[in-house]
Design a protein around this ligand. Sequence first.
Ligand code: PAF
Length: 281
Amino acid sequence: MIIFKKVDDIKNYISEVHKSSTNIGFVPTMGALHIGHISLINKAKKENDIVVCSIFLNPTQFNDKNDFEKYPISTPADIDLLIKANCDILFLPSVEEIYPDGEAGIKSYDFGYLDTILEGAGRPGHFKGVGQVVGRLLDIVQPDSLYLGQKDYQQCMVIKQLLVLLKINNIKVHICTTYREDDGLAMSSRNRRLTESQRSVAGVIYQCLVSIKTKQNTDSFATVKMQCEELLTEKGLLPEYIQLADAETLRILNDFEPATNMIVFIAAKIGAIRLIDNMLL
Ligand code: PAF
């Protein structure tokens, strides 16, 4: 695996690669890699000639300074995992490489409605930051395909919108199934911060998603939502939102609509750690 730290170096390499009509699959990450990330690398390996992974803990997408400071970092272990997965290129830039002109030079995108709901409502500025870094990374890596995890479904929609805003229509976005632990907990770098007792109850988020999916034809959304809020609270979690939406547009739904492709989202806190998950119904 070749590791690039400088924008100019990876750009030169990529421009050579593109001369030979080689397909590039790209997996952007913030590091603290787990099997979910590796599943994205594996899928990208199968579908492309070369795979680029980036590890960049993007400061502009953290509205909570504490979350940024506590975000797990395990670069040497990440590199080992990527080598084992036969990843071809790792892009490991510094903040100065990504944002050479500091705050002043950072582009800002308007995601409109998408930025006002769910994660956007609770984490102001988060998706602007995601847009800034992903826009920059795509410009550097010039991939043919982009691989993202469904756990961050709203982020996937924001990134699709970013491509529209940037008038990029030659990058295929792949939203890949969420990888789960045995008890259903969605794999996430933040899981590393859970204590043993917090970890032992965290699977309840998945149980709630499954119960909502199971009861969609028999109960109202308001009823199952209340049951889930009670269950989460009973297990010591603090539910932030449980919301139903149209999976294509993220229009929030008050009740199940059998003719609509629906998705349900949960965000809940366990102690100081905030976890999110979702399920297509
Ligand atoms: O999902 C993530 O890890 C990040 O939000 C991303 C897409 C790498 C941008 O920093």
